[in-house]
Write a protein that binds this ligand. Structure first.
Ligand code: 5GP
Length: 195
């Protein structure tokens, strides 16, 4: 039961990026699905690796051309999955990992029902999520409030996902994610190491 599109979603601060990085490291067959966005590039980000950073006009043009499979407005910016990225991967039999919001994940599932595995990473509870967001000190109070409100909406869609991971202990979450993804990527369950 091979599935080429592994779709990760989680409220901001739940640990999704770490899970995505871990899976990319463990499964060389996987590539990151680079989305288009109108959000400003962060200092450590690279155009074409983390996102295709577009102006609002460029994004609108791509949309009008039918180049996007799905898109959402999130925290005032647009984010979308490029058709070309998915088509290229599928035509070469390559596996992709997506880091998209819940609505994007559900749209991808609708477009590729046979090829998607939807994985939701949830925080143990809302208080923990708030603490994590505060401790990373990258958001203002207002942004934290917005992210928490959005997180509640996202948690409401959790049951629509194929698999749910509650990120209480990061190391455990990473190995569970690997165990869940392995059969879909390799066609066989993860072999536990003998030593
Ligand atoms: P960030 O700005 O922190 O990189 O991402 C903000 C949110 O946008 C995250 O929840 C991320 O998963 C989501 N996102 C990134 N790319 C896409 C995309 O192509 N489509 C959708 N629907 N959401 C995306």
């Amino acid at each position: 039961m091979i599935k080429h599109l592994i779709v990760l979603s989680a409220p901001s601060g739940a640990g999704k990026t770490t899970v995505a990085r871990h899976l990319l490291e463990k499964f060389p067959q996987l590539a990151f699905s680079v989305s288009a966005t109108t959000r400003a590039k962060r200092p450590n980000e690279v155009h074409g690796r983390d996102y295709f950073f577009l102006t609002s006009e460029e994004f609108r043009n791509r949309l009008a051309n039918g180049d996007l499979i799905e898109y959402e407005e999130i925290f005032g910016n647009y984010y979308g999955t490029l058709k070309s990225v998915v088509q290229n991967a599928l035509s070469r039999g390559q596996f992709l990992i997506f880091d998209v919001d819940v609505k994007g994940a559900l749209s991808l599932q609708k477009s590729f029902p046979e090829e998607t595995l939807l994985l939701f990473v949830a925080p143990p509870d809302m208080q923990t999520l708030e603490q994590r967001l505060r401790s990373r000190k990258t958001e203002t109070d207002e942004q934290i409030h917005l992210r928490l409100t959005r997180a509640e909406m996202e948690m409401g869609h959790m049951e629509s996902f194929d698999k749910q991971l509650i990120n209480t202990d990061l190391a455990e979450t990473l190995s569970k994610a690997e165990e869940i993804a392995a059969p879909y990527i390799t066609g066989s369950p993860l072999q536990s190491k003998m030593f």
